[in-house]
Design a protein. Structure first.
Length: 162
């Protein structure tokens, strides 16, 4: 027998995390759809985002939502990439409270001038007309919100009921 024997196999690489974390009373582990992506601010990223959600949705039981969510993701990425070219976009898709929740955060600079802010917001909303039509057709909601300081950017959100 060799003097060195390897340690027994473990289920986790870190021995301190070999056991799952204890959950509080009445809580259950999260089971559902959670997808997050960081994409370059390039209109071609719309295709990557559409493919990612189209692949993820059926595996989590949302095959019927693949078309509207892919449309929404494609529109959000394309419009936001045009508003902040070359800056990363952060996409999050989750299923929570009986709805699919999508958030896209861009790094659009703040406008100090109120007129420029209003014009930019109006142009952004007008550019998202197709997204608005799809979300309305599926009984959902959408909107825009400025990121909270000290962060820059705009968060575009969509909620589609299950």
């Amino acid at each position: 027998m060799h003097p060195y024997s390897p340690p027994p196999p473990r289920t986790a690489l870190c021995p301190a995390r070999s056991q799952p974390p204890a959950l509080g009373p009445g809580s259950q582990p999260h089971r559902g759809l959670v997808l997050s992506l960081t994409l370059p601010g390039d209109p071609r990223s719309a295709s990557v985002g559409r493919r990612a959600v189209t692949a993820a949705l059926p595996t989590c039981g949302f095959r019927s939502h693949a078309w509207p969510v892919a449309h929404v993701v494609g529109e959000l990425i394309a419009v936001n990439a045009a508003l902040t070219p070359g800056r990363d976009l952060y996409l999050s898709l989750r299923h929570r409270d009986g709805a699919l929740r999508l958030v896209l955060w861009d790094q659009h600079a703040r406008h100090a001038d109120p007129d420029a802010l209003a014009l930019c917001g109006a142009r952004r909303r007008r550019a998202l007309w197709l997204l608005a039509a799809v979300v309305d057709d599926w009984g959902g909601e959408w909107g825009l919100a400025g990121a909270q300081p000290p962060d820059l950017g705009v968060k575009s959100w969509v909620v589609l009921p299950r």
